[in-house]
Design a protein around this ligand. Structure first.
Ligand code: SAM
Ligand code: SF4
Ligand code: SF4
Length: 341
């Protein structure tokens, strides 16, 4: 039962918890630069601090938590955090989004620790293209990671693919077939002009309508499925029952039903992916704030929330990357890899 509603009557229900801003890839749509300013190590919240904040969010009605980053599997002993969160009363859904490179080593431990669901990002089936897109090697590790996740027993595995025109838009059908073959549900994500996407251009966005047309040409028309319930992906079914999703944040944003917020690894809380101001929770936490005092910071912030970042971006006539490089260098909290995608 949601307890808090924002200014547009949207409930506070889901939290994306970034456990690190570091990453072992440099995806062109997320981290295209050579150098980054990282969060200070001393500022990173400990597992105890993260768990305490999660408790405050659960007390305010959050029921879904997704661990993310950066690359969350780079955070040492992540399974210990998962184990601390997985059994919390009120937490109906504990998920993790990863680029998969370290999953072969960690999938079994994450499953044992009680992680409910996994989403793995995969943008290409071609190892050479993977290296061009991410400026790192590791496509074999990614495929091995997906296989290990299945072996570990993650049943409703999801795959996420950001589709970029001229880069991997010819792989929509092969990737859907790959997902079909391993019994995973793939979601195609429109390229977003979020903080960090400094090379974004409208021309490289492959819109929802085109993605659906590509799928229909190969598999026949897809039927929309009804149960969206605040989730970012619109889901569809093919004639043989295969399901897939589209996250059309750029051409058809879902701000109207957005129930999620983001906590960075150093304790800044953002109520929108495009928000420029966060609420510092680390300061009060380390200064000894009580549970009630922390909740008294969070609740009014959500109640005052009127963010509709992606809709506002869509309304712009001239659309350039959200934050110029100099601004990002001045404040890493604006980066997608810091606030947790
Ligand atoms: N490193 C992990 C991964 O890649 O799965 C988790 C963090 S990453 C920031 C989370 C998601 O954000 C990934 O699925 C990634 O593809 C997506 N993402 C990053 N930049 C994006 C952009 N400019 N447009 C759309 N999705 C983006
Ligand atoms: Fe790629 Fe995820 Fe790393 Fe961003 S955080 S560069 S999307 S792997
Ligand atoms: Fe939610 Fe902001 Fe994304 Fe809109 S842009 S869906 S309000 S996080």
């Amino acid at each position: 039962m949601p307890l808090l509603f924002d200014a547009h009557r949207r409930p506070l229900r889901s939290l994306r918890l970034s456990v690190t801003d570091r990453c072992n890839l440099r995806c062109a749509y997320c981290m295209p630069e050579e150098e980054y300013r990282w969060l200070e190590r001393a500022a990173l919240l400990s597992f105890e601090e993260l768990a305490r904040l999660v408790d405050r969010f659960l007390a305010l009605g959050v029921t879904k938590v997704r661990l993310t980053g950066g690359e969350p599997l780079l955070r040492r002993d992540l399974d210990v955090l998962v184990a601390a969160l997985a059994t919390k009363p009120g937490l109906a859904d504990l998920a993790l989004t990863t680029n998969g490179l370290l999953l072969a080593e960690q999938a079994a431990a994450l499953k044992r620790a009680g992680l409910h669901r996994l989403t793995v990002s995969i943008d290409t089936l071609d190892p050479r293209r993977f290296e061009q897109l991410t400026r790192r090697s590791g496509h074999d590790a990614l495929l091995a990671g997906i296989e290990a996740a299945r072996r570990a027993g993650f049943r409703d595995l999801k795959l996420d693919t950001v589709v970029l025109r001229g880069v991997n838009d010819d792989e929509v059908v092969p990737l859907l077939r790959y997902a079909q073959g391993i019994g995973a549900e793939i979601r195609f994500i429109e390229y977003m002009d979020v903080g960090g996407a400094t090379r974004w251009s409208r021309a490289q966005v492959v819109p929802r309508a085109e993605l659906l047309a590509t799928v229909a040409a190969a598999f026949g028309p897809a039927t929309p499925l009804p149960d969206r319930d605040g989730a970012p992906a619109e889901r569809f079914a093919l004639r043989d029952g295969t399901t897939f999703g589209i996250i059309a944040s750029t051409t058809a944003p879902f701000c109207a039903s957005c129930d999620r917020s983001r906590l960075t690894a150093d304790g800044m809380w953002f109520t929108c992916l495009y928000a420029t101001q966060g609420l510092d929770l680390r300061g009060p936490l380390r200064a000894g704030a009580s549970d009630a005092e922390l909740e008294a910071l969070l609740a009014p912030r959500w109640q005052a929330r009127s963010d509709r970042g992606a809709e506002e971006r869509l309304a712009l006539h001239e659309r350039a990357p959200f934050a110029p490089l100099a601004t990002l260098q001045g404040d890493p909290h604006l980066e997608m890899h810091t606030r947790g995608g």
